[in-house]
Design a protein around this ligand. Structure first.
Ligand code: PLP
Length: 404
């Protein structure tokens, strides 16, 4: 799966000529931007924009309530789920698009309480904060214990047989978890893992079935290009779905919502983890955007990501930057620098969009369907220039915006 990084712009351009994964024409990216923030908000696809326009102007404004049937709104979530399934190594019936990651983590961890040997919920301290907020509030509601574990020590926490909420790829460091080893440890100890796939799905290798995973949630607005605030998804293995109950059982998880029955009968499979009316405009965008992955071989996708990140990491290291290393990396490269925020702002002024995570981490994300090796080479040239000329020290680059 390895792709050796090119060692010159010329070699990068040559590598791009043999790249069968390049889907740049499908994306509505501004031509003067090198977009290294697919790990935060994936760019729009042309067909998603057209679909939103069509859904709003025709289906909503003209079709009105008839569109639930006539425009297939009731099938949108299942269609989008079916497109996500092969990207994470799941069957369509094991995935359902619904709610946000935060809400879905809550639902899955709550459902897992009855499966785990002990009901403690553990989150490593360097996880995306919402994961811990959700775990702590669930534990307090359920009258059970919330615990934290030091970074990368979640495997030890599994020995106690509780529930671990764990990212497949860490949002800050990009460290990839060995899902197979984690799941083996969970099985051996009667523990359960709820995977957070937010920074993994759509750009890295994921095979939840092969890993033996039971439960996972992820977002669609990063590498899956669903658009700002597009709904998340849950994965529930078919081995356990029929035995689980959605703790926020709502009518969209009911087997026959328009029967308006007083008793709750869940849908089969992961779909029982749906709750309320889906956000149709977002779902329409997501379903269209996901078509960009059709016919894409996940292994090839992951190999290109690996090549792009290896190139960026190698060039950053050669500039003397402190690149966070780990045994295995996801789709972004994390660089620690005390002036990280100002550097990100200075890069943006030169058309290279990256982001910053407090206190000192620059994140450069590498989505394989619209980034070329030549673009990455150029972005790293610009980074080098920003550092050598110390442009980032200009006062205007230090002013913090609300969203970093
Ligand atoms: C790893 C991770 N988990 C959870 C979340 C929160 O997702 P949501 O806002 O959809 O609840 C994010 C958001 O960026 C994230 O990166």
């Amino acid at each position: 799966m390895d792709t050796a990084p090119p060692q010159s712009l010329h070699a990068a351009i040559a590598q791009d000529r043999t790249d069968h994964l390049n889907r740049t024409p499908a994306f509505a990216l501004p031509p003067d931007v090198i977009y290294l923030v697919g790990h935060s908000l994936g760019p729009a696809t042309h067909n998603a924009l057209a679909q939103v326009q069509d859904t709003a102007v025709k289906a909503w404004a003209q079709g009105l309530v008839r569109s639930w049937n006539d425009a297939g709104w009731m099938d949108l979530a299942a269609n989008a789920s079916g497109r996500i399934a092969p990207l994470i190594g799941a069957k369509p019936s094991e995935v359902t698009v619904t709610d946000s990651v935060s809400v879905n983590l809550f639902k899955l961890a709550a459902a897992a309480l009855k499966l785990a040997r002990t009901p403690t919920i553990v989150v490593e301290t360097d996880e995306f904060p919402t994961d811990a907020y959700v775990a702590e509030s669930l534990a307090s509601l359920a009258g059970t214990r919330f615990g934290t574990a030091p970074p990368e020590s979640g495997m030890d926490a599994l020995e106690k047989g509780g529930i671990l909420i764990k990212s497949a790829v860490n949002y800050r460091t990009a460290a990839r978890a060995d899902m197979l080893a984690f799941e083996a440890a969970a099985r051996a100890n009667g523990a359960q893992i709820v995977w957070d796939l937010s920074h993994a799905a759509g750009a890295t290798w994921l095979d939840l079935t092969a890993a033996g995973a039971n439960l996972a949630a992820g977002c669609t607005y990063k590498y899956l290009n669903g658009g700002p605030g597009s709904p998340g998804y849950v994965f529930v293995s078919e081995r356990i779905s029929e035995s689980l109950r959605n703790p926020i059982a709502g009518w969209f998880g009911h087997a026959d919502p328009f029967a308006f029955e007083p008793a709750y009968t869940p849908l089969p499979g992961a779909a029982r983890f749906s709750t309320g009316t889906p956000p149709i405009l977002s779902l329409a965008a997501l379903e269209a955007a996901l078509s960009v992955f059709e016919g894409i071989d996940s292994a090839a996708l992951a190999a290109k990501t690996h090549g792009l990140t290896a190139l960026a990491a190698q060039r950053a290291a050669s500039m003397g930057l402190n690149v966070i290393q780990s045994h295995s990396r996801g789709a972004h490269v994390a660089i620690q620098h005390t002036d990280g925020y100002a550097i990100v702002k200075a890069l943006a002024e030169r058309g290279v969009l990256a982001d910053f995570r407090t206190p000192d981490t620059i994140r450069l994300g590498f989505a394989p369907l619209y980034l070329s090796f030549a673009q990455v080479w150029r972005a790293m040239d610009i980074l080098q220039d920003v550092l050598t000329t110390e442009t980032f020290k200009q006062a205007r680059f230090g002013l913090r915006a609300k969203v970093t």
